[in-house]
Design a protein around this ligand. Structure first.
Ligand code: ZN
Length: 219
């Protein structure tokens, strides 16, 4: 075989190899990404639940901390993010929904942590709006975010459920979910949720779940 023929054969076989897997950032599409509404639960005088053991973190504090991290990640990826609160204040539920609609959010994600009298209850569950014409989209968003969280944090999945919460019910056409990111009443969950590195992973996984939904959504 002539030397130049060898070169051609080598080049073609290399070109046929599977393309390298690029990181999510590298394949980000240049198109304008939609506005995401993040809603850290509770705030101000409304603490939500509280860990029964040290470091006694309040739900309102961790919800805000997590949501701010989700915001930073989504913004790095090119999303516009609007938050119903960015500090320790209580925003009435109706105002949160009005805010989401005014900003023409593409999706609404409320962030909370759980509590149960049964101390063994643990894991992550997500509620979706089920009284709107866009229930299938809300359900898909809930599934994408739950799958991403469970894959990346190894948290136990408690599934997705229809939820009759004000911020879900009243959001109209906007796909809306409420993430319960773990149980403050469970020793193992509380220990994980007290670890800043775990919260970074949780935030990253929520952001990736939102991105999975946006990239596949065909509305
Ligand atoms: Zn809550």
């Amino acid at each position: 075989m002539r030397w130049w023929l060898v070169l051609i054969v080598l080049f073609t076989s290399c070109a046929r190899q599977k393309p390298e897997r690029f990181s999510r950032e590298a394949i980000r599409r240049p198109k304008a990404l939609p506005i995401i509404i993040l809603d850290p639960g509770h705030g101000g005088a409304n603490d939500g639940t509280k860990m029964a053991m040290a470091p006694y973190i309040k739900e309102k504090t961790l919800a805000l901390d997590t949501a701010l991290k989700v915001r930073d990640i989504l913004e790095q990826w090119g999303y516009k993010v609007r938050m119903t609160r960015t500090r320790d204040v209580f925003i009435p539920l109706a105002e949160r929904v009005t805010f989401a609609k005014q900003h023409r959010g593409y999706a609404f994600i409320s962030i909370h942590f759980n509590h149960a009298p049964n101390k063994n209850a643990n894991g992550v569950e997500i509620f979706y709006s089920h009284k709107s014409n866009f229930t299938p989209s809300s359900k898909k968003l809930a599934k994408d975010v739950l799958d991403s969280i469970c894959k990346r944090t190894q948290a136990a999945s408690r599934g997705i459920h229809p939820g009759d919460y004000h911020v879900l019910r009243e959001n109209g056409a906007m796909p809306a979910i409420l993430v319960e990111g773990g149980f403050f009443s469970n020793v193992s969950d509380a220990k994980k949720l007290s670890n800043p590195q775990y919260i970074r992973t949780l935030a990253y996984s929520i952001a990736q779940g939102i991105d999975d939904f946006v990239q596949q959504d065909c509305r």
